[in-house]
Design a binder for this molecule. Structure first.
Ligand code: PMV
Length: 307
């Protein structure tokens, strides 16, 4: 059976969420699909980076490095033979949770094939542990959105327990994702911010206080379908991320282009320093206009929706 893990955008609260503040994320239609298929020899998988079929014990690839972890989780001996068939339409430059979508899809595929009977909650837990391979201190928001889909309010408690609540919009809202084409490593961006924060606690204390009130306001604006306010809060969230030095020339340019084309709001999404941004563009016409403006500037635009 083919199963999947969803890509996601963080609408509010990336980075802050690592330190226990709430974040709001929405799963996307973009996804990683996975299926375990019986095989004659060895354990093989598709490497999404190279597009090649890679084998345990012979090749080096993230999915192969992760395989011993998955075999252990599902009590599968190394002498079993199977092929993990993978495909993805989640861009890998960063920001759309491609690694979380991958580990959720793999966890679900192993769960199906080896009949482990894991619940969504268990799938999410395994995926969270696997995410640590990609970046050391994930907050858990990516794997949660990748597992459950839809829009979620997510908060990591001080004891590492997680609060997750679904946010239901009265109808899906169009967005445009702008892909800078610039790759970066989430772990490095998170670590760089940690160092700046430690060196300048006062500045960051103030930014974090603003971020906290902003995310609560955003939740109410989303629930009340007040899209102009949601857009304004996205702009403010982007400004806070700029102040924390996690934006980039390309991300800021894309946000400016989006706002010039009448998007209601625009911000980077995910770790920043490259990767992707999103623009709030309710209605097909506005969505089309903003997507065209991105491609005119030489960037890749993805038209999709949230909620
Ligand atoms: O860029 P992405 O898709 O890996 O998202 C990272 C989101 C952060 O808040 C920066 C880190 C985290 O673990 O939540």
């Amino acid at each position: 059976m083919v199963v999947c893990g969803y890509g996601k955008v963080i609408l509010f609260g990336e980075h802050f969420v690592v330190y226990g503040l709430p974040a709001i994320a929405s799963a996307l239609e973009l996804r990683v699909t996975a299926e375990v298929i019986p095989a004659e020899h060895g354990i093989a998988a598709d490497d999404l980076l190279s597009g090649k079929k890679v084998f345990l014990g012979r090749d080096s690839a993230p999915i192969i490095d992760l395989m011993p972890f998955f075999l252990k989780k599902f009590n599968v001996p190394k002498d079993r033979h199977f092929y993990l068939k993978l495909a993805s339409d989640v861009p890998r430059h960063g920001g759309l949770g491609s690694s979380a979508a991958l580990v959720v899809a793999v966890t679900r595929a192993m769960n199906e094939y080896f009949k482990s009977g894991f619940s969504d909650e268990q799938v999410n837990k395994v995926a969270f542990e696997a995410e640590k391979y990609f970046h050391m201190t994930p907050s858990g928001v990516d794997n949660t959105a990748a597992t459950y889909g839809g829009m979620v309010w997510f908060q990591k408690q001080p004891d590492n327990r997680v609060t997750m609540e679904r946010i239901k919009l009265s109808q899906p809202v169009e967005i445009v994702i702008g892909d800078t084409g610039v790759s970066r490593d989430t772990g490095n961006v998170v670590q760089g911010l940690r160092e700046r924060k430690e060196n300048n606690p006062e500045k960051y204390h103030q930014i974090f206080a603003e971020a906290e009130s902003l995310v609560h306001e955003a939740k109410q604006a989303l629930l009340g379908c007040d899209l102009p306010l949601v857009g304004e809060l996205m702009n403010r969230n982007h400004k806070l991320l700029q102040d924390m030095e996690v934006s980039s020339y390309e991300l800021d340019s894309l946000c400016k282009v989006a706002l010039r084309s009448w998007a209601l709001g625009a911000k980077l999404t995910g770790a920043g320093k490259g990767g992707c941004m999103l623009a709030l563009t309710p209605g097909r016409n506005l969505q089309e206009r903003v997507a065209n403006a991105f491609t005119d500037e030489g960037y890749t635009a993805i038209k999709t929706s949230i909620g």
